[in-house]
Structure formats: structure tokens, C-alpha cells
Write a protein that binds this ligand. Structure first.
Ligand code: ZN
Length: 315
């Protein structure tokens, strides 16, 4: 039986909200609250997800972290977070949250807001336009094993690189393949990607205390591939930029890609110098985790209400 079918069967009892209340209350007492994470979904779907988690209550991320760090109970509480700062998502979700009185945090990579295309968006572009063929591989990264590779191998290796390779190497490699696409396709490059939220809109939205913008680095790079100095730059520069536009404190950092191999050993120690918390994409509840290695529960557009509840109770 496929894993998806097993999960669907497991989530059947959670079709009934009453059963979720009971479980959530028990689990919350033992394992505390949690942080939800989305990237991109409609405001309507998002509302379904938040309502599915009732009576668990969304509270500001900062308050949740403060309660957790001071040893107070976080039972029945959770925080709403969105990564990457896609313009349409931030606009629609902010509107919904203001309307509903739900506090929300947007983790934004400041380089993207300043006009850079995100590395994974570059790969999507290469995948869309690179003709199926074999290509010479540049000598930028030792992680390309062969000198010649076909399109499928290239896309796979480029995607793998994102999770651990140094930013300069990733950028050089991605730009090399984008240059192969020719002038005509390259002109589409800046038009095809979802635009980020603008700094002007961030300034406006920040006047509402329910909306918070926090740091998701500058370049959206795997910190495990960077030096200590480069990690400091990613954290401090993004924090200062966001604070200067919002006039509010940036207290939390979100690790790009959020996996163990992308975060590395040094980053949590540096995050502890500049922030009150840092979040990953590792699944779980707050429990007794390191505040600079907090798990989150990733939710996606296709998740049904009962599956959202199942994810919350499993952590
Ligand atoms: Zn991200």
C-alpha cells in the first residue's frame, strides 16, 4: 500500500472535529504548540486549513516563542508562517489575516525583494526551456561527476546543489545554463517569475500589528555551504533591511531549504547571536527543541482538513 493511501486512511477519524479536539488537547499538554508553514496557496484554502485546526488558536510567532522560551505552556497555540515573500500570496494572505484577526509571519529573502530571481526559480526556468540534449558541464562544482550530462541529470544535479553548495558556485552554475538558452529565452527570464511583495507594500502592511516580516536570508542559499562570515552577512544584512522598512524588530530567522544538510553546524550558533528564534522545515511540535532549530509543520494546497489535523497531531 502506498504511503499516501496509508496517510489518507489514518486521517479518516480526523474528519470529525470533536476527535481532533480530544487528541490535540492531550498532545498539546505533552508536546506543546507548533508552527505551521506554507509557501504558496489561495487565501480560501488557507482559511480552510486554519479553521480545520480550531480550537487550536493562532497567536503571534514572537509570543509563541516567548512562552516556549520562558517555560510557559504553549498548549492549544500555534503560529502561522509563510516562506519566500511571493507578492500575490503575501497580499491575499495578509488581507485574509487582517479580516480574521489572525497573526501571521512572512519570512522574506531580501535579495528576491531587491530584484534577484530565487535559485529554485532559475532551475524551473532552465527545466522549461533547455532543449533535451547532452551538454558540456562547466568545472564550477565537484558535484557534477561527469563532463557531459543529459538534461535530466543536469536538472537533478542542479536541484541537489541548492541544498548544500556555496552560493557563488550555485549562481555561476545556474547562470551558465541560463546563458545557453539564448537571447530570446533570456528576455523572458524576469517576466516569467512570480514577483515578490514590494518594499512599499511591506512598509504599509507592517503598520498592522497582525502582520510580521522576518528574515529568510538575503540570497536564499543553503547556509551549510557558506563560511561563518557569509552566514553573518546573510543574517545581519537581511535583518537590517527588513527592520529599516518595517520599523519593527526582526526577531526570527528561517533557514533556506530548512533541512539538516542545508542548515549545517555553524548557522544555529550564529542565529542565536542575532535572533530570538530560528525555524527549520523539519517536522514536529515545539516540545523541548533548541529555539534556534525549531521544527514546523509544512502544509500544502492539496492537504484536506482531516489531513491538516493529522499532520498537526503527528507533529
Ligand atoms: Zn524559502
Amino acid at each position: 500500500m502506498k504511503l499516501k493511501s496509508i496517510k489518507n486512511i489514518c486521517s479518516v477519524p480526523l474528519v470529525f472535529p470533536g476527535f481532533f479536539h480530544l487528541l490535540e488537547s492531550f498532545i498539546g499538554r505533552k508536546f506543546g504548540g507548533f508552527i505551521c508553514c506554507w509557501h504558496n496557496l489561495s487565501a480560501e484554502r488557507f482559511q480552510n486549513h486554519v479553521e480545520a485546526l480550531h480550537p487550536a488558536e493562532p497567536i503571534p510567532l514572537e509570543e509563541l516563542v516567548n512562552r516556549f522560551r520562558s517555560g510557559k505552556s504553549t498548549k492549544g497555540c500555534y503560529a502561522l508562517t509563510f516562506d519566500d515573500g511571493i507578492g500575490s500570496t503575501v497580499r491575499d494572505i495578509s488581507k485574509k489575516c487582517i479580516n480574521k484577526g489572525w497573526p501571521v509571519t512572512f519570512y522574506v529573502p531580501t535579495g528576491y525583494l531587491d530584484g534577484e530571481v530565487l535559485p529554485y526559480q532559475k532551475i524551473e526556468f532552465i527545466n522549461k526551456y533547455l532543449p533535451v540534449d547532452e551538454y558540456d558541464i562547466p568545472d564550477f562544482s565537484k558535484n557534477f561527476v561527469n563532463k557531459i550530462a543529459n538534461k535530466k541529470e543536469i536538472i537533478k544535479t542542479l536541484t541537489d546543489l541548492l541544498y548544500f553548495e556555496n552560493f557563488t558556485v550555485v549562481k555561476k552554475t545556474l547562470d551558465y545554463f541560463i546563458n545557453l538558452l539564448g537571447k530570446e529565452k533570456k528576455t523572458l527570464f524576469n517576466k516569467e517569475f512570480p514577483r515578490p511583495i514590494s518594499w512599499n507594500e511591506i512598509e504599509d502592511l507592517s503598520k498592522n500589528t497582525a502582520i510580521s516580516f522576518q528574515s529568510h536570508s538575503v540570497t536564499h542559499s543553503a547556509l551549510s555551504g557558506l563560511s561563518e562570515k557569509e552566514i553573518e552577512y546573510e543574517m545581519i544584512k537581511s535583518k537590517e533591511m527588513i527592520e529599516s522598512h518595517t520599523n519593527r524588530k526582526v526577531h526570527s530567522f528561517c533557514y533556506p531549504y530548512g533541512e539538516k544538510k542545508s542548515i549545517g553546524e555553524i548557522a544555529p550558533r550564529i542565529a542565536a547571536k542575532h535572533f530570538s528564534s530560528a525555524v527549520t522545515l523539519l517536522r514536529g511540535r515545539l516540545e523541548k527543541n533548541n529555539p534556534f532549530y525549531l521544527p514546523r509543520i509544512g502544509l500544502y494546497s492539496e492537504d484536506t482538513s482531516s489531513f491538516v489535523r493529522l499532520k498537526a497531531v503527528l507533529g
